[in-house]
Design a binder for this molecule. Structure first.
Ligand SMILES: Cc1cc2nc3c(=O)[nH]c(=O)nc-3n(C[C@H](O)[C@H](O)[C@H](O)COP(=O)(O)O)c2cc1C
Length: 434
């Protein structure tokens, strides 16, 4: 194993704006559509010398059987627009917008991201995703347009085309590939970073290849130490195959953090947060995603539904579940029934047991700082992308208590040294390829 004594952590915050990790019913949680929430989060992160503020993207509110999913009540405002407003309210933090390559167009997106790079003085990042479902496309008359693998083909062709525009100095670029066709010139001059820092999120082999070929940073789903190390090893082998150096990409797995004054205090908080995240109503919504049926008539404190999932809703293109969870879902339901029966669990109890929403780091600030120092020195990660459960309160704790411990251990900056996102991440200058 390579051990690097001088390794430095890079930190981001992933603000999804939807989903089960937020304690929506907590009055201290800022409304995710209000600019004040974003400004206060971004300023907290700058106080903590974070590298990046990271926004997810969803072009369609998630549904379950034609109804808006209870876990996705308000949807997500447009990330680039929000980050443009933040550019004016901040000075250092990187501003990373998730944007998919399935339902956008290269020339348009390249232009909007260049604009963000201008407005922020070189702090723009693009998190390249393909989207995890096909029905988002119905908003664009393209429902079910491309299957999983073809979405990655288009992603590759899309990023090539956008990169050519960024490198082109307004020369006319022509691309005629099977999924991308364009004849265009950049409509704005070269932006401060040349192009945005390219992030990638998506863990399948197709996603990993896309990262190895194009990304500067990976927002990885592999957080546990062994998985993180295995992922880093796999990615470095892929980078070598693409002729890129092993340190060309920063790896930032997603992380949830619960701090406490003692280990027992942290564990207690974590369990409390988990119970509030997965309340009885959410337990029903969770099961509905698997059953594909309206289960609102079932008592969350009673036994599992006595009906089977509907076949029509087993279509893997429609759900909100990960690929891993979509395949073999009937088997999974069978296992859950056995588990619930053998342990006499209610719906809510079962979901608490099977839903893998354990927080990734739970402990005192000192203990977590030790753990993170080990991760980064062993080159398992280059940092973390933190998903908070309370905004901004949980981030205040991280900035005030965890950051100083990381600094004491010499694994985290004590001041910003540069002004661009690329500089924060200590990435080599962008190679612009036409
Ligand atoms: C950590 C992480 C964050 C993601 N965030 C988003 C997002 O905000 N919007 C989106 O459309 N897809 C998002 N994705 C999903 C990707 O678009 C991708 O389609 C999905 O993970 C399936 O691809 P895969 O099989 O390669 O993992 C995210 C994926 C990961 C792993």
């Amino acid at each position: 194993m390579i051990v690097s004594e001088h390794a430095q952590l890079h930190l981001g915050v992933f603000y999804v704006g939807v989903g089960a990790q937020y304690l929506w019913d907590d009055p201290s949680n800022g409304a995710h559509t209000e600019i004040e929430t974003y400004v206060s989060v971004a300023r907290t992160l700058e106080r903590g010398l974070f590298d990046a503020f990271f926004l997810g993207d969803g072009q369609r509110v998630r549904e379950n059987r034609g109804r808006i999913l209870a876990l996705d009540v308000a949807g997500r405002p447009d990330a680039i627009t929000q980050l443009s407003a933040l550019a004016a309210a901040t000075t250092h933090i990187g501003l990373v917008a998730t944007q998919n390559t399935t339902y956008n167009f290269p020339a348009d997106l390249a232009r909007r991201l260049s604009t963000l790079d201008f407005l922020s003085g070189g702090r723009a990042g693009w998190n390249i995703v393909t989207t995890d479902n096909a029905w988002t496309g119905a908003n664009f008359r393209r429902g079910g347009w491309l299957d999983h693998e073809r979405r990655y083909d288009r992603a590759d062709q899309f990023v090539e085309a956008a990169s050519a525009l960024w490198a082109g100095d307004r020369a006319v670029i022509e691309r005629r590939t099977d999924l991308v066709g364009l004849r265009a010139a950049a409509t704005v001059p070269r932006s401060p970073q040349g192009r945005p820092v390219l992030f990638q999120a998506g863990d399948s082999p197709g996603g990993r290849e896309l990262a190895a070929k194009h990304a500067d940073v990976v927002f990885s789903a592999n957080t546990a130490y062994d998985k993180a190390l295995a992922y880093a090893t796999d990615l470095r082998a892929r980078l070598a195959r693409h002729g890129r150096p092993a340190d060309a990409v920063r790896i930032l797995p997603g992380a949830t953090v619960v701090l406490g004054d003692t280990p027992a205090d942290a564990a207690e908080r974590s369990e409390d947060i988990r119970r509030r995240q997965l309340n009885p109503q959410r337990a029903i919504s969770f099961l509905e995603q698997y059953w594909g049926r309206d289960l609102s008539g079932y008592d969350p404190h009673g036994p599992l539904p006595d009906v089977e999932p509907t076949e029509e809703e087993l279509d893997p293109s429609r759900g909100t579940l990960s690929v891993e969870h979509r395949t073999g879902k009937l088997d999974r339901i069978r296992q859950w029934r056995e588990l619930a029966e053998s342990k006499n669990l209610s719906i809510h109890q079962l979901v608490l047991e099977v839903q893998p929403r354990e927080h990734s780091f739970v402990g005192t600030p000192g203990r977590i700082a030790d753990e993170w120092a080990r991760y980064v020195r062993d080159r398992a990660v280059d940092g973390f992308n933190i998903s908070p459960h309370l905004v901004p309160a949980a981030l205040d704790d991280i900035v005030d208590k965890l950051v100083p411990e990381l600094q004491d251990r010499g694994v985290y900056r004590t001041a910003y040294e540069g002004t661009t996102l690329r500089e924060h991440l200590k990435l080599p200058k962008a190679g612009l390829r036409r």
